[in-house]
Design a protein around this ligand. Structure first.
Ligand SMILES: Nc1ncnc2c1ncn2[C@@H]1O[C@H](COP(=O)(O)OP(=O)(O)O)[C@@H](O)[C@H]1O
Ligand SMILES: [Mg+2]
Length: 376
């Protein structure tokens, strides 16, 4: 009995992870050199998995690494809580010791150790009434710099960093920048999937993070590497997949690692039921169809939220029209002014439905694209 050789929806490592050697080395080198990096790519390209591997290796090389997902941060207070907790739990000492150490550096909150029902110690913060929360925030942002022992280097990763723009307008952004720019012992890696937001944060001279990091784009994995991965993973569980079939699958997945793994997973799963040892193009189609059925409820919900104008634009985009703003497209899909179409696309980009691959637009989810094409 084999285990499914594919995995999606979580950080992947070990056998489930392929390629990215060059990116891994480049990111490590820049960080080790003490330079901050901003890494952006559309969702599901493999940023978090890649950076997870970078951090694992840096950990082994003696760095202290901190990872904070800004997706779960929705206010200044949750930032303070989550960041302090992550830092505390990363220390190689008992929480009691860590709490004492941290307390020296922060005002406005009292760190303590709480025990959950299972008796496990967890870090917690108690707010002190009447204290200045801006000051507390600065203290927390300064913690890594303060905690780093003589000669010790810390690497801090903020994932989905563009989310900070939702916190306190630009004041949070400004405060974070103004504090970390003085850090000597800490190097920062900012990750994000909303390309336009992130680029603006770092490339616009009016923004706090202007020039604060080397901005890098994480490209798609080379198709040949994905083909190799698919064929190898199937072969290891005794299943043959030809080159053409692998190419066909990658095409259906728009070469996005998440969908490659998702479709592979489905094919493998249904192959177990039918005891097949060969994957055909037909199997790829069936798997995509299966996923589409799973997700139909969610896809309908996504569509029903759109105005009728946006539905028309979505339909046009699903048919891969090259020139969405052309007269012909406007006529064919009964669209209005270019500005209205631009506005609709702006909303799709904001919602993560559409990615802008200059100068083209592409669906973030190839299976949703198929769905839209079919039902609208
Ligand atoms: N290098 C990789 N090798 C294999 N699978 C990958 C790789 N990178 C990403 N994936 C697949 O894509 C999914 C999403 O990856 P993730 O790292 O969460 O992307 P992101 O952070 O860019 O949204 C993973 O669960 C996995 O299935
Ligand atoms: Mg991610």
């Amino acid at each position: 009995m084999y285990m499914n050789p594919f995995k999606f929806g979580t950080v992947v490592s070990g056998h489930f992870f392929y390629n990215r050697e060059d990116e891994l080395q480049r990111i490590k080198q820049i960080l080790i050199g003490g330079n901050n990096i901003t890494l952006y790519a559309p969702r599901r390209y493999g940023k978090t998995s890649l950076v997870n591997k970078v951090l694992q290796e840096l950990d082994e090389e003696g760095f202290t690494t901190i990872y904070l997902d800004m997706m779960s941060v929705y206010s200044r207070d949750t930032f303070i809580n989550n960041y302090a907790g992550t830092i505390a739990e990363k220390q190689n000492q008992s929480l009691e010791t860590v709490v004492k150490k941290i307390a020296k550096y922060i005002t406005g909150v009292i760190p303590s150790v709480a025990f959950d029902s299972a008796g496990t110690a967890t870090f917690s913060l108690k707010w002190v009434a009447g204290e200045d929360k801006e000051r507390t925030l600065s203290d927390i942002i300064n913690l890594p710099e303060k905690l780093a022992a003589e000669g010790e280097k810390w690497i801090v990763v903020f994932d989905e960093f563009q989310e900070i723009t939702k916190l306190n307008g630009e004041s949070f952004e400004k405060q974070l920048r103004s504090v970390i720019q003085h850090h000597q012992n800490v190097t920062y890696l900012f990750l994000g999937s909303k390309t336009h937001l992130l680029r603006d944060m770092f490339n616009n001279r009016n923004r706090a993070f202007y020039n604060a990091a080397t901005v890098m784009n994480l490209n798609a994995i080379a198709e040949s590497k994905s083909i190799e991965f698919l064929i190898d993973r199937f072969r290891e569980s005794g299943i043959h997949m030809g080159q053409d079939t692998a190419e066909y699958l990658i095409n259906g997945a728009q070469n996005i690692p998440y969908y490659i793994q998702f479709i592979g997973y489905e094919i493998w799963q249904s192959g177990q039921l039918s005891r097949k040892n060969q994957v055909t193009i037909r199997d790829v189609d069936d798997a995509i169809e299966q996923i589409l059925t799973f997700k139909a409820d969610y896809y309908w919900e996504l569509i029903s939220k759109q105005t009728s104008y946006r539905k028309k634009v979505l339909k046009a985009l699903s048919q891969s029209v090259k020139e969405i703003y052309s007269k012909q497209t406007t006529l064919t899909f009964d669209l209005g002014a270019v500005s209205s179409t631009q506005k609709a696309i702006g909303v799709f980009i904001e919602d993560g439905i559409i990615e802008q691959n200059q100068p083209n637009y592409e669906f973030a989810d190839p299976i949703f694209k198929k769905f839209v094409k079919r039902v609208l």
